[in-house]
Write a protein that binds this ligand. Structure first.
Ligand code: CTP
Ligand code: MG
Length: 227
């Protein structure tokens, strides 16, 4: 089942505390963004990658595409101030019936998960990658516990998130009109009353956010080299 992928890569990586976009930092001998792009470069069902980037990263990225033979980037668009704007700009260039949105900062996504997401979105419109929450989650107000939420109903939501193109475009257009900011892509689709299917993914599909995550990333690469 064929699809296109939108990859927001126009963040500043503030929580990583590096002096530049965290996606350009190297792990396992390659910039993080290259690891992420390679997953889709290798997937025959991926027809094209639409990347949202900062103008200041463009030159470096283009030279990395050449160096690492990344050929599937069909459009690069200007990133916005928020991730939502970056994704919206990129979605406007999409043309395939099924489109995935995937963070540039999640290099460990498994092809099997991508395939399940694409199939599920094709069958029912929207599907997101997630894992069951391991911790106990409590609502805390002013330093004291308000209540404990039943854990079995809690899932940590990741990307990719896969959608029928018409559905996600409509959701993003409506959010812009209404001035709504969602914390993920699916939340904008939820606002339209659409059902979102959940596809169980892997705990190692982490988003590289802080310095500690680079240590976890090295460990995940090491584990994958062994197996
Ligand atoms: N992103 C984007 N445009 C923005 C903000 C974020 O394209 N205006 C992208 C990031 O490059 C990243 C993904 O969205 O691939 C997830 O965002 P996050 O992990 O928060 O990255 P940053 O925003 O770069 O990091 P921080 O929030 O720590 O500054
Ligand atoms: Mg951010």
């Amino acid at each position: 089942m064929e699809y296109e992928v939108v990859i927001p890569a126009a963040g500043q990586g503030k929580r990583m505390g590096a002096d530049r976009n965290k996606l350009l930092l190297e792990v396992e001998g390659k910039p993080i963004i290259i690891h992420t792009l390679e997953v889709f470069e290798k997937d025959v069902n991926c027809l094209g990658i639409i990347l949202a980037i900062h103008a200041s990263d463009r030159e470096e990225l283009v030279s990395l595409f050449n160096q690492f033979n990344i050929c599937k980037v069909i459009h690069t668009v200007e990133g916005g101030r928020e991730r939502q704007q970056s994704v919206h700009n990129a979605l406007k260039k999409a043309s395939c019936d099924i489109v995935l949105v995937h963070d540039g900062a999640r290099p460990f996504i498994q092809p099997s998960t991508i395939q399940k997401l694409v199939q599920t979105a094709n069958d029912s419109g929207a599907a997101i990658a997630a894992v069951p929450v391991k911790d106990t989650i409590k609502v805390v107000r002013k330093g004291t516990v308000d209540k404990t939420i039943e854990r079995s109903s809690l899932w940590s939501i990741q990307t990719p998130q896969a959608f029928r193109l018409s559905m996600i475009i409509k959701a993003y257009d409506e959010a812009e009109l209404d001035g709504v900011m969602g914390t993920d892509d699916a939340s904008l689709v939820e606002k339209m009353g659409e059902k979102i299917q959940v596809v169980e993914a892997d705990y190692d599909n982490i988003k590289l956010t802080t310095k500690e995550d680079l240590i976890f990333a090295e460990a995940i690469f090491k584990k994958r080299r062994r197996s």
